[in-house]
Design a protein around this ligand. Structure first.
Ligand SMILES: Nc1nc2c(c(=O)[nH]1)N[C@H]1C(S)=C(S)[C@@H](COP(=O)(O)O)O[C@H]1N2
Ligand SMILES: [Mo]
Length: 523
């Protein structure tokens, strides 16, 4: 169909001046498309401050992408981007949508129908993404619809009103330069205001209520201070430095007034606990190291904290677990699920429904108001944050978020160790160099931490204080460094006498193994 046979929207205030020629005119249409996307996303983000931050279109699409991303890609992202994975993902979604908008604008300047069809397609994608989120409410689609409406209107303003014929056959329709520039400025400025307002209102809604922790019914003695060696991580990881791994683009914000924990499934007496009912149960403290299965040997996704909480065992006993149930499927307020063996939640390791972390309420990032902590299991099978449901079931019947994606059904933490100092590629002076790090063998206990230089004999390191078998031990070893390049390795020997496995494995599917090796140069 030739261009001039297309229907055009008649417009009263249509500019009468001649269309600009050359490049500037041609750039208008893609720019209009990108501006339409910007304005739409900004308007949707503002509305999402009211309907729930997860429903903001770019975030909703990003969240669904996380769920759909194949495991190897996720592993690569976590390994290369670390905690930047989320900003990079959101930035990527926004840039890709702007690019699609530019393309739609360019096409729409030739095929007017696309002024309506382009935004409609993007709106449907955003609406599906928002409404299929695990925690999507009835209003989840509203921001997407607003995004689509605003986007269409902006695109039409730039491309739909012009009655000017292109001065060359096949050239795009365009606005006079002045109208285009002032329109862009208005759209850009209002989008910026909407984005900032949406961000502000969204996070203001999210600020968790101030809660006071109950005193534990059984207290633990304060921990002795750990080893202090330059470059060695603190023995107790401060909350603000604790690693964070989860699938949530927006940290769920939970109102303790509305929060509930239900215990259901294969139990004799299902029940729910409110926040104040939970606080009234016997509270204990436990020192537990938490590990992510995605941690590479020597990696950062591990931390130790003193947790305050209720024994899962007590809560399950009250519900009466039926014979045959071998799994607890726990669910987060954002829909994330974790499957944990009933055994691990009821044996002497004292798995907790934790509400406190190092003397403070759980930070929002770490699961406020309540999370599971299962000593000796990787986080994906035992550490549900923003916990709201415990369902007794069987492995034969149900799986969870990560196990559905091929990660091991049971995830015991592999005994391992880490060298914190010196760091790889360090340049050192000859003489005494302190090598130091941590070792852990949860559920078994650390017997020894050992170090070897250049593949030589293993030397026992000096161990730091002991806080029980579920907590990591620090270690240090004074090495008489000589000139040249050296390879430093460490390993844990567990209480059963077994040495840390030297078999190299990447995290998928059941955790990394092998020895960390740090190469240093001594002058
Ligand atoms: N709701 C929810 N809980 C979750 C996750 C998650 O994605 N969502 N990730 C799990 C994983 S893989 C790990 S390693 C731990 C990390 O806990 P942290 O972020 O407090 O260190 O949380 C677990 N609990
Ligand atoms: Mo994890």
């Amino acid at each position: 169909m030739p261009d001039d046979s297309l229907t055009r929207t008649p417009s009263v205030d249509a500019p009468r001046s001649p269309a600009p020629r050359g490049r500037a005119g041609r750039a208008q249409a893609p720019a209009a498309g990108a501006l339409a996307v910007l304005a739409g996303l900004a308007a949707g983000h503002l509305i999402a401050a009211l309907t729930g931050p997860d429903s903001s279109p770019a975030l909703a699409v990003g969240s669904r992408l996380i769920d759909l991303t194949p495991t190897p890609v996720k592993e690569w992202a976590v390994a290369t981007l670390g905690t930047w994975d989320k900003p990079v993902l959101i930035g990527g979604v926004v840039l890709a949508t702007l690019a699609i908008g530019a393309l739609v604008g360019w096409l729409a300047s030739r095929r007017r129908l696309l002024i309506w069809v382009g935004p409609l397609v993007l709106t449907v994608i955003a609406a599906v993404a928002a409404s299929t989120g695990p925690a999507a409410g009835p209003l989840a689609m509203v921001p997407a619809v607003v995004t689509g409406g605003v986007g269409t209107w902006v695109l039409w303003w730039f491309l739909g009103r012009t009655t000017i014929r292109p001065d060359e056959p096949g050239a795009p329709y365009a606005l006079p330069r002045r109208a285009f520039l002032s329109g862009s400025a208005v759209v850009g400025a209002s989008s910026a205001v909407a984005l900032v307002a949406g961000q502000y209102l969204g996070t203001a809604r999210q600020r968790p209520a101030v809660v006071t922790l109950p005193r534990p019914t059984e207290t633990l003695a304060p921990l002795p201070s750990g080893l202090s060696v330059d470059g060695l991580a603190p023995w107790v990881t401060p909350n603000r430095d604790f690693y964070r791994v989860d699938t949530s683009l927006i940290v769920p914000s939970v109102d303790v007034g509305e929060w509930q924990l239900s215990i259901d499934g294969m139990v004799d007496r299902p029940f729910t606990l409110t926040w104040s009912e939970l606080l009234a149960l016997p509270m204990i403290e436990r020192d537990v190291t938490l590990n992510c299965v995605s941690n590479e040997v020597g990696g950062p996704y591990i931390g130790g904290a003193r947790w305050l909480g209720v024994r899962v065992r007590d809560v399950l006993a009250r519900a009466g677990v039926q014979a045959g149930a071998d799994q607890v499927l726990s669910r987060s307020v954002d829909g994330f699920t974790v499957s944990t063996p009933v055994q691990a939640l009821t044996d002497a390791r004292d798995a907790l429904i934790a509400i406190g972390m190092n003397g403070s309420p759980l930070p929002a990032e770490h699961g406020f108001p309540a999370r599971l902590i299962t000593p000796g299991l990787y986080g994906y099978v035992g550490a549900t944050k923003w916990l709201t449901q415990l369902t007794l079931t069987t492995y034969a019947r149900q799986s969870a978020y990560w196990t559905e994606r091929g990660w091991a059904e049971r995830g015991p933490v592999k005994p391992s160790s880490r060298i914190d100092t010196p760091r790889s590629f360090a340049r050192l002076q000859p003489g005494q160099v302190m090598i130091a790090g941590e070792a852990w063998a949860q559920n078994i206990g650390v017997l020894r931490a050992q170090v070897r230089i250049d593949g030589g004999p293993w030397h026992d390191a000096e161990l730091g204080p002991d806080a029980g078998i579920q907590y990591w031990r620090q270690w240090k070893y004074a090495w008489a460094a000589t000139s040249g390049q050296h390879n430093l390795e460490c390993r844990v020997v567990d209480e059963s006498g077994a040495n840390q496995s030297e078999a190299r494995a990447t995290p998928f599917p059941d955790g990394s193994s092998g020895l960390q090796s740090v190469v240093v140069t001594v002058d």
